[in-house]
Design a protein around this ligand. Structure first.
Ligand SMILES: [Zn+2]
Length: 144
């Protein structure tokens, strides 16, 4: 993988993490580090071997409503003394919302073949700046 691609992915991961951090910080009492980590988790699909194929591809199973529900179930209040479930939904959900704005989109309703997509440069310079601005705005608004 070339250095430009690595830099692009690093910025995209950090941006997803920043949005998750800010949302969890602004709207829950959970450690915002949870939001940072879970905001990036859907992109763990980059680690899937290419031979596995659909749905274990980039923007496959980890970018679906089913995955959001699974993460919330694993981190749900009855499994944790802290109320992490809603924070999990915010962080993972924000990742899917952001990716839904891109041309590639997200198959929220997998296994249905419907993809939500836009034509927004969500991972381009303007989109990245907008998402960081939103994140900083949320932190300022929430008193960070
Ligand atoms: Zn993603």
């Amino acid at each position: 993988m070339d250095a430009g691609r690595v830099a692009f992915l690093a910025v995209a991961f950090l941006t997803h993490g920043a949005v998750g951090y800010a949302l969890v910080r602004a709207f829950t009492d959970v450690d915002p580090a949870v939001g940072f980590v879970l905001g990036i988790v859907p992109d763990a699909d980059f680690l899937f071997p290419a031979a596995w194929g659909m749905p274990f591809v980039h923007r496959g199973i980890t970018h679906t409503l089913l995955f959001v529900v699974a993460v919330v179930a694993v981190t749900s209040p009855w499994r944790s003394p802290r109320r992490i479930g809603p924070a999990s939904a915010l962080a993972v959900g924000s990742h899917l919302v952001i990716d839904s704005g891109s041309a590639m989109g997200v198959a929220w309703l997998f296994p249905l073949g419907i993809r939500a997509s836009g034509d927004l440069p969500v991972h381009g310079p303007a989109g990245t700046l907008a998402l960081w601005g939103l994140s900083v705005g949320l932190l300022v608004w929430s008193g960070e």
